[in-house]
Design a protein around this ligand. Structure first.
Ligand SMILES: *Cc1c(COP(=O)(O)O)cnc(C)c1O
Length: 436
């Protein structure tokens, strides 16, 4: 059958997928802080037969046959993660960060137990709240007080709260995350009342890998949960790390069979490749992210935009956040930027009431993906000019879109990976890259 003779829907599927690929990987600037791209090397080992297979349980203790190579790869991936994060125990089976949190929280507190978590205003993720995973598990959600001046947890008040409440565990780490949470200070208090400490590194795992963010274990975390696809530029997935054998074993027994049966095996070789890339290039990569975020924030400020956290130096992470209320709010500006081929997301700012979620004051950006495509400080200064044209000068976003795509063409190659000929890797399943 010629492709023209196939059902219309087939062409449509191919065409829509191709359009997405072309637009998002060659024409737009992606500044969503929770996303990234894998290297061609990681992709080459991602599209494999492993995506079709089942493997319940742990390596060499499976409920299925046919898995000797999967066992080997999973062990290797765990070893590399363990080396990278200098941690004893690794579980790569959670299929997302939320699932990693669910398994961890379930073990650290029974239903009816108590968790003291970083405030939503300081960036806590929905899974840390009664509206998300904590709520689903029936664990009581108690929020640490927020210090508006420092845009962070109020350490003194939070310490008192933890001493009073004596929770089963505390959670720190967040999604709108410009400045590190006071993990060390509060871990000490938590341990003094017998509470465990969870650090959710979803956004900053790549910065930790590159030693540009404090090692959460040094600061007292008992368990680190994370996604593997934000600043850590691997396939979408989750991970749990710990040095506490007893706690880890119990969490691991909970991952399967409570929260995951099959763990999407094609993630494993791609995660292993990414861990290896971070072992070799992680420091350069994280260093450039930090420089780019700072340069981007300063440039946006110089272009006349209201960058959040000015008095605190704007940012210490990969994120830069803008208050765009006076230009019509986050929803409107995110839409205009999308029309200009710049992809960001609208976000609640600390001063917004919770009911403003549909039209918050902020937009949240992250520099990690464009850094991976090789962008440096000057390139982010150029991006800041695009922002000004759209937001302040109110230029036609369609016109700016053309300039953006032209600029984007210079950055097609993924950096911070091994310079090997990927086409030589025999890949069984490589979805053709369709450019229409
Ligand atoms: C993204 C995120 C998660 C959830 O990760 P998924 O992989 O999307 O389930 C958990 N915690 C924080 C802080 C996050 O930002």
């Amino acid at each position: 059958m010629k492709i023209g003779e196939a059902p219309n829907e087939l062409m449509k599927i191919v065409e829509i997928t191709g359009r997405h690929n072309k637009w998002r990987t060659t024409e737009t600037l992606n500044l969503i802080p929770s996303e990234n791209v894998m290297s061609p090397l990681a992709e080459a080992v991602y599209f494999t037969d492993m995506m079709h297979r089942y493997a319940e349980g742990k390596p060499r203790k499976r409920y299925y046959q046919g898995l000797p190579y999967v066992d080997e790869i999973e062990e290797l991936a765990m070893d590399l993660m363990s080396r990278l994060f200098k941690v004893k125990f690794v579980d790569l089976r959670p299929v997302s960060g939320t699932v990693a949190n669910a398994a961890t929280f379930r073990v650290l507190a029974p239903p009816g137990g108590k968790a003291v978590v970083a405030p939503v205003q300081a960036g806590a993720h929905v899974s840390h709240t009664k509206f998300g995973t904590l709520g689903a598990l029936g664990i009581k959600h108690i929020e640490m007080p927020f210090d508006r001046e420092n845009m962070n947890v109020d350490v003194d008040k939070a310490s008192k709260l933890i001493e009073e409440v004596k929770p089963d565990f505390i959670v720190m780490g967040g999604s709108l995350y410009l400045f590190p949470h006071p993990l060390k200070e509060l871990a000490e208090v938590a341990h003094s009342v017998g509470a465990k400490v969870v650090y959710d590194a979803a956004h900053v795992l790549g910065l930790i890998a590159g030693k540009r963010w404090r090692d959460p274990f040094d600061a007292g975390a008992d368990v680190v949960t994370s996604s593997t696809h934000k600043t850590f530029p691997g396939p979408q997935g989750g991970v749990i790390l710990s040095n506490n054998e007893e706690v880890f074993k119990e969490i691991s027994r909970t991952v399967f069979p409570w929260f995951v049966s099959n763990h999407h095996l094609h993630r494993l070789p791609a995660t292993a490749v990414t861990a290896l890339e971070m072992i070799y290039f992680g420091e350069q990569y994280a260093d450039q992210i930090i420089r780019n975020a700072r340069a981007f924030a300063e440039a946006l400020h110089e272009e006349g935009l209201d960058v959040v956290g000015e008095h605190l130096g704007f940012t210490r992470s990969h994120q830069v956040v803008l208050n765009v209320r006076k230009y019509g709010g986050g929803a409107k500006i995110a839409q205009l930027l999308e029309e200009a081929n710049i992809i960001v997301n609208k976000n609640l700012l600390p001063e917004d009431p919770p009911e403003a979620v549909k039209d918050p004051s902020g937009i949240r950006t992250g520099v990690q993906e464009m850094t991976r495509y090789g962008m440096k400080e000057d390139d982010f200064r150029e991006i800041a000019r695009f922002f000004r044209k759209v937001i302040v000068d109110k230029k036609d976003p369609k016109e700016v879109a053309k300039e953006v795509s032209e600029f984007r063409k210079e950055f097609m190659k993924i950096h911070y990976t091994f310079d090997v000929d990927v086409d030589k890797i025999p890949s069984l399943y490589k979805i053709p890259y369709i450019v229409l």
